[in-house]
Design a protein around this ligand. Structure first.
Ligand code: 13P
Length: 289
């Protein structure tokens, strides 16, 4: 069933488990996410980012979103269709018109006051359209240092707990993404991030809305499972799913080149799905649909 993200996350927050928000770059990956959710009887969030080329044409976006919503509607478990990392007001308006069931505005790289102003405007419009909004306080940067050195991405800055209440009150946002030692993308080899659980405890105690963790990949199962029990209700995962999918597709090809070639996409999607199922167990959302 197609639902709004608050329906999924308010229950998750109350019952102290996390729900995976799956990076979905194609229709096949939407299928992988929903199949995994149905198999595990878990809610799931389809995270779609309008920045990427594959959905940059307006007609493609329309068709892609139509398929995502339709597939969600026919599902036997709760599925939300969320705009990931909306960069500006125009993108949010596009997302609303294309039928997303929630939006994220990411003004985390801007100053605190600009972040409040942009988020507030987005919340006003999205709420008028009946959609809940996620925003980010502090800044979750890239895990890989080389991206930062190229100046392509902003540096991480931890969420300041002293600003949390003020930010939520001033913006009226529905979900809060926090920066507690997490980062996007792959980490350097053998590095597991240090998650600041003291900071999470402090933030969770004063936050009246569900909390979100971006950059779930490479964070470590124990860290993720603990974070869910301590108040993180939504975890965004992309990189690890892609890695698992590539491994599965490559293994199929190495085993039998002819069949592997033909089944490459199927194997990729199966790898994606298996990794999503795995994370549903780590986050404790299996059986919660
Ligand atoms: P990872 O690719 O690091 O899992 O991050 C995904 C994400 O946070 C999407 O918003």
């Amino acid at each position: 069933m197609l639902v709004k993200m608050d329906e999924i996350l308010i229950k998750a927050r109350r019952e102290k488990y996390g729900v995976i928000a799956v990076s979905c770059f194609s229709l096949e990956l939407i299928k992988a996410a929903i199949n995994a959710a149905e198999k595990k009887r878990s809610p799931v969030i389809l995270n779609i980012n309008l920045k990427y080329d594959f959905v940059s044409e307006e007609e493609d976006v329309e068709l892609f979103l139509y398929m995502a919503r339709e597939r969600a509607r026919r599902s036997s478990v709760p599925v939300a269709v969320n705009l990931d990392h909306g960069q500006d007001y125009r993108t949010i308006m596009r997302a609303i018109s294309h039928g997303f069931t929630s939006v994220m505005i990411d003004a985390s790289a801007k100053s605190y006051h600009e972040n409040i102003a942009i988020t507030k405007e987005v919340v006003h419009t999205a709420h008028a359209a009946g959609l809940p909004v996620e925003a980010e306080l502090g800044c979750v940067g890239m895990a890989d240092e080389t991206f930062r050195l190229e100046n392509k991405y902003t540096k991480s800055a931890k969420t300041d707990p002293a600003l949390v209440k003020d930010f939520i009150e001033k913006t009226n946002v529905d979900f809060l993404a926090v920066s507690i030692g997490n980062a996007h993308g792959p980490y350097a080899k053998n590095i597991t991030p240090h998650i600041d659980f003291e900071l999470l405890t402090e933030i969770a105690e004063i936050t009246p809305v569900p909390l979100v963790l971006h950059g779930g990949s490479g964070t470590g199962d124990d860290n993720l499972s603990k974070a869910c029990k301590m108040g993180i209700s939504k975890i965004n995962v992309g990189t690890d799913l892609m890695e698992a999918a590539i491994c599965k597709a490559n293994a199929g090809y190495q085993e039998n080149q002819n069949k592997g070639r033909i089944n490459f996409l199927t194997n990729y999607v199966t790898g994606y799905q298996e990794s999503i199922e795995y994370y549903m167990e780590v986050f404790g959302s299996d059986g919660k649909a």
